[in-house]
Design a binder for this molecule. Structure first.
Ligand code: NAD
Ligand code: MG
Length: 397
């Protein structure tokens, strides 16, 4: 039995992970579940899978959870605070850690798992965006296994030659005859919306993704295509490559999840339903395959596949992220922080959809040349960039 810790179990990826695990009760056991504040949802999950531990970021929520679990006669031990999350991610009995906290908040618990050489299933792309170089060096130093959950990166991983799958962090794509990683994205809900209507886009419209059902933050990021920008940076670190090696392609049907182009002209693609339970099942069992509850593709019912280039006027955030990737780790840390502030303000109805890119652009301009190397540098810059973004935000409100 492999013991699994799910960081962010109450979120969209967390729930999908539990759904895959439920289909394989003889192979996986849930060691710990964690969440920020939603004690009711975590209570239901604990009652269903009876983990040894549960942790909540919020102490009051943890107390509520502990009381309810005791009343129900469930023996799950409840912990609280960020240190508890890190402790569970690094627990000696944990084999697999699903890193599915949203945003920069996931960095410390994810690194705690890496530092214990765990198999880390990485959904929390922001952790890699803000600390890529440091993160990957820790993966190598501690012999951790890093498997991508983001559907695009999971697709690319599946299309790599087996030799490179084992050595993604220290071999080059060129050595294996790879000429390009083709990162596909649907273009989000506003692919065909006239640009002059962008100012009036509401949070409800932005979170209504045409193909994927996801948490609010990543849904807004998909609508601005900042998500693809973060994924561009994520790919650069996961696959030890340069910005020039990655190309973003719009594929509105979300059936091809990304592709790898080889120097001989071959292109390998991974296809599947837009359902995160496929990459989750792949990474959980890698290098084996296990069944997931996802319906198989039916090619007889499939419509056309189309491809196009993302327009810079429609998706300024994508291009800001690509620029940040070229500047370096300070720029990507700051852009990620600014974007988290901007998206939260947009979801709270404080700024317009188009203000997200304005705020991100101002932040990138300010922090583009900042250099960071240690974890302390990264956390300090993340904090500075958040404060700066809050100041910029006041000008926009
Ligand atoms: P979500 O908002 O649905 O869930 C987030 C989870 O993180 C929740 O369990 C929440 O309790 C926890 N959390 C939030 N803030 C926290 C904090 N400060 N400290 C500790 N825990 C905290 O998000 P999601 O859509 O499941 O996405 C999770 C991550 O996976 C994100 O980084 C996202 O980019 C990535 N991802 C998601 C999808 C998807 O389909 N949802 C696809 C690819 C990648
Ligand atoms: Mg993705």
């Amino acid at each position: 039995m492999r013991q699994v810790v799910i960081l962010g179990s109450t979120g969209s990826i967390g729930v999908s992970t539990l759904s895959v695990l439920a289909a394989h009760p003889d192979e996986y056991q849930v060691l710990a579940l964690t969440a920020a504040t939603q004690s009711d949802k975590l209570l239901q999950q604990c009652l269903a899978v009876k983990p040894r531990f549960a942790a909540m970021l919020d102490t009051d929520a943890a107390n509520r959870l502990a009381t309810e679990l005791a009343l129900a006669g469930c023996k799950t031990e409840v912990l609280s605070g960020i240190d508890a999350l890190c402790q569970l991610a690094a627990h000696p009995d944990a084999d697999i850690v699903m890193a599915a906290i949203v945003g920069a908040a996931g960095l410390l618990p994810t690194l705690a798992a890496v530092e214990q050489g765990k198999t880390v299933l990485l959904a929390n792309k922001e952790a890699l965006v803000m600390s890529g170089e440091l993160f990957i060096s820790k993966v190598k130093q501690h012999g951790a296994t890093l498997l991508p959950i983001d559907s695009e990166h999971n697709a690319i991983f599946q299309c790599l030659p087996p030799g490179l799958q084992q050595h993604t962090h220290d071999q080059t794509l060129k050595h294996y005859g790879i000429s390009k990683l083709l990162l596909t994205g649907s273009g989000g809900p506003f692919l065909n919306t006239p640009l002059n209507q962008f100012n009036g886009i509401t949070p409800e419209q932005a979170i209504a993704h045409p193909n994927w059902s996801m948490g609010h933050k990543i849904s807004v990021d998909s609508a601005t295509m900042m998500n693809k920008g973060l994924e561009f940076i994520e790919a650069r670190w996961l696959f030890n490559c340069k910005a020039d090696d990655i190309e973003v392609v719009i594929h509105p049907q979300s059936i091809i999840h990304s592709m790898v182009q080889y120097t001989d002209g071959s292109v390998l693609a991974q296809l599947g339903q837009p359902d995160m339970r496929t990459p989750i099942a792949h990474a959980l069992a890698f290098p084996k395959r296990i069944a997931s509850p996802v319906a198989p593709l039916n090619f007889k019912q499939m419509c056309d596949f189309t491809f196009s280039e993302p327009e810079p006027e429609r998706y300024p955030n994508l291009y800001l992220a690509m620029a940040a990737c070229a500047y370096g780790q300070g720029a990507t840390t700051a852009l990620n922080a600014a974007n988290e502030i901007a998206v939260a303000a947009f979801l709270a109805g404080q700024i317009r959809f188009t203000d997200i890119a304005r705020l991100n652009s101002m932040s990138l301009e300010h922090f583009a040349d900042f250099r960071v190397s240690t974890l302390d540098d990264i956390l300090a810059l993340d904090e500075d960039a958040r404060q700066q973004a809050q100041l910029l935000l006041r000008k926009l409100i």
